[in-house]
Design a protein around this ligand. Structure first.
Ligand code: PRP
Ligand code: URA
Length: 212
């Protein structure tokens, strides 16, 4: 993989490639867009959970005692508003016990810098597996800022789950937060002059909520 992209894990799977194509298609309407985001998110949740640690426990089957497992750490999902909300259901499908925080960030369309408007996460996130959810990793400004907030609140084990990433965004997150691994469903070519990912899928928030 290219220099500076080592912290990026691409979920390389034919089912995901087919679904990302649906997201890219400008004719895909919000109803289908949301369903596909949910599907890809559940696959991402499985990939990310491969690195979770387990504690051994004992379980009584109807026949005898045997070894079982429970997750060592709690899971906290943190969608970045708005577009990250679309990923929550897919993650909760396989992690129904997860707690959910929220970070409200919006890119200033002139400066492309993220502006914070909301922040609420569970208090005891120090030991939790924290999964930041944002479908688009473009300049990386929003993601990097969100991770900074989470670290300020004590989060130590953070991964970033996105759908489409740009090389520029991955490099920015890696430079600012070398401890954070980024999982994504597509690695795109570049950003345009307005900070949109090419080929991308357009504005993820607008396409999710039909606000085009
Ligand atoms: C989008 C996206 C990310 C951000 C990515 O949100 O969901 O949060 O842009 O861009 P960056 O990597 O250059 O910071 P947007 O600001 O459009 O807000 P929205 O989700 O409310 O539409
Ligand atoms: N935010 C989006 O929703 N799409 C992009 O391509 C870049 C930032």
């Amino acid at each position: 993989m290219n220099d500076g992209l080592m912290n990026f894990v691409l979920i390389d799977n034919p089912l995901i490639k087919r679904d990302v194509t649906l997201l890219r298609d400008k004719n895909t309407q919000p109803e289908q867009f949301r369903a596909v985001v949910k599907r890809i998110s559940s696959v991402l949740s499985v990939e990310i959970a491969k690195d979770f640690e387990l504690d051994k426990i004992e379980v009584d089957t109807p026949l005898e005692k045997t070894d079982g497992f429970k997750l060592k750490q709690q899971v906290v999902l943190v969608p970045v508003l708005r577009a990250g909300l679309g990923m929550v259901a897919g993650f909760l499908g396989l992690m129904p016990y997860a707690r959910v925080g929220h970070i409200g960030l919006q890119r200033d369309e002139e400066t492309l810098l993220p502006v914070e408007y909301y922040y609420k996460t569970p208090r005891d996130i120090e030991k939790a597996e924290v999964i930041l959810l944002d479908p688009m990793l473009a300049t990386g400004g929003s993601g990097s800022e969100a991770i900074k907030f989470l670290k300020k609140r004590g989060a130590k084990n953070i991964v970033f789950a996105c759908l489409v990433a740009s090389p520029e965004g991955i490099k920015k997150i890696t430079e600012d937060h070398p401890d954070v691994i980024i999982f994504g469903a597509a690695l795109d070519r570049e950003l345009n002059s307005k900070g949109y990912i090419l080929p991308g899928l357009g504005d993820a928030g607008d396409r999710t909520f039909g606000t085009l």
